[in-house]
Ligand binder design. Sequence first.
Ligand code: NAD
Length: 733
Amino acid sequence: MTDFTMAVDQDGVAVITWDVQGKSMNVLSLEGLAELDALIDKAHADDAVKGIVITSGKDSFAGGMDLNIIAKMRDSVGDDPAKGLFEGTMKMHGILRKIELGGMDFKTKKGGKPTAAALPGTALGIGLELPLSTHRIIAADNSKAKIGLPEIMVGIFPGAGGTTRLVRKMGAMAASPLLLEGKLNDPAKAKAAGVIDEVVPAEQLLARAKEWVLAATDADIIKPWDQKGYKMPGGAPYHPAGFMTFVGASAMVNGKTKGVYPAAKALLSAVYEGAMVPFDTALKIEARWFTNVLMNPSSSAMIRSLFINKEKLEKGANRPEVADARVQKVGVIGAGMMGAGIALVSALAGINVVLIDATQDAADRGKGYTEAHMDKGIARRKATPEKKEQVLGLINATTNYDALKGCDLIVEAVFEDPSIKAEVTKKVEAIVGEDCIFATNTSTLPITMLSKASSRPEQFIGIHFFSPVDKMMLVEIIKGKATGDRAVAKALDYVRQIRKTPIVVNDARFFYANRCIIPYINEGIRMVKEGVEPALIENAAKLVGMPLGPLQLVDETSIDLGVKIAKATKAAMGDQYPDGEVDEVLFWMADQGRMGRKSASGFYAYDDKGKRTGLWDGLAAQYPVAEEQPDLTTVQHRLLFAQVLEAVRAFEAGVLTDIREGDVGAILGWGFAPWSGGPFSWLDIIGAAYAVELCDQLSARYGARFAAPALLRQMAEDADEFYETYGDGQAVA
Ligand code: NAD
């Protein structure tokens, strides 16, 4: 395997080309790093070499470090992982620092060999950290290219000197959005921001880099931070301006992350502490904090769920082996909130859409959603009028079912009423071809029951979108009892076309996501009934990484929907129904006319513009706050276990057949504490034995809903971990 090759031209410029075979974009592996190291040594040692250009054999430079390596790094560096990780990181620093010093005599700062980075396109993560260690970063004028350090999005931070170098190059304030938000720029913007040095036409890229290298003087290759009297742009933390930056950044990070994302805090610490010491010490500090983050199980869990497994699911990890089933023409029945969104995402993917509603007005309104979306895109310069016309041209809004001829997929999104859905199913099947797959977007009705209306139940499936369709990344695919492989493949290929992430589950009440999120909401409401301070409930949820507290969530989804679901569930479960206490609160709220955000009144109060102004203080008159309040951790455990145990039960019952889907689905579907990597990852982090201990305590105090499922208890007894046992997608035997 050769990722890096080197050729010295007649002018004495050594061109090192990064070109990982078999990959569309370069990623750095440990072997690749060793190759680069050896080539740098060779170039520095060769008197015929005057300077170095590092470039790529692809139309991009590099996508970053291989995340598979990072996710497993902690387990692969021997018995003392912290030491191993620190040393490994310092080795990487050593290689990049070698490029930066170019073999110069550090005292006289003379005799170094210049290195330029020539970036043909996208340069992310280590793909930018490496260029930052060179003396000149020249990028091709490629507006599609993305340049930046997105590590924070993966739960780590730039640990190959990127943090220290960028802050010293730009100042902490200017570097903040790039480091703390992982903001990416195109080359022109990256140049304007001072991340890179030059943008040139693509065809001149290599020649310009060589030219720079050949003309570079000793002074050109001394980094500002290696010069006497270097001052950090914007001021170091002990200067008044710098001080303000750090106070603000620290407050912002804590406000945004609520302290649950270790990487953001570690990044800020590395920047702050590194700013006060010489460069090489700062690199060491960066390496220590980087090690600290990698040692935290949260980072590997996040990488595993949010990148590695998410991608595997998107690429069809659970796709049956049947022929390519990409959708050519989709029929969307019902142009309401969901149907309109489904039509939009389908047309954006270039799929022909027939959008049907009961009246032409309703169908047109549904298409209008796409129009408004494209207009917004044009205003934000993300779309063009031509693109708008093209996308709108793909949507045929009509009441005429005949237009469905030729559709290979139908997505039904009419009212949540079995008889209306049955009627629509029959009407559609009378028109479409025999091979057409019929999907329903129902959120609560069993797929197997709905499929009874179909003459081809093996072609009947659930494709459950989340609202708002264009923003939510998860799509839950639900197999009814009779659903066949072709339907599953069609649904998966469609989800891939519209660039969302699928999970495939079996048919059961509320499928997977809603099954877990309802107990979360219910637990919050139950606590209101018990007299727990609502602010404690909401803040406990946010402090454990939930995007919305349970009371805010029910306000958002609407109290009357909660009432409707409660009534339907009770009717279905009869005496087994466990949530009477919750319903009392919910029904009372509905009786007060407080339906949540849509009525600008719910568990929260809202102003005239519909903006939340705080928790509603009238709640205490009906549900007084108890004198004695539970501690924060107990509230958090109740809220987390309410969801997590339901996920385990879904897995145990075979509704969920792959814990990777359980974790990815939880984070993308309802925002389950992303730092944890998902419910199953969280259980692995705390360990099954401790989880069972907590369940025993919670169930003794609060009821049987917290009883540990048999599977979890067994895992505790066997000292097993979910990912060790089921991490490759094995279902429960
Ligand atoms: P909606 O009321 O906004 O839209 C339903 C649309 O279907 C309306 O425009 C209505 O005119 C149309 N319709 C009704 N009967 C029809 C018929 N016979 N032929 C053609 N059109 C007909 O509802 P929605 O929120 O878009 O929900 C639609 C479906 O999606 C429901 O099954 C719902 O459970 C499910 N769902 C909703 C959400 C959500 O958050 N709203 C999320 C996931 C799934």
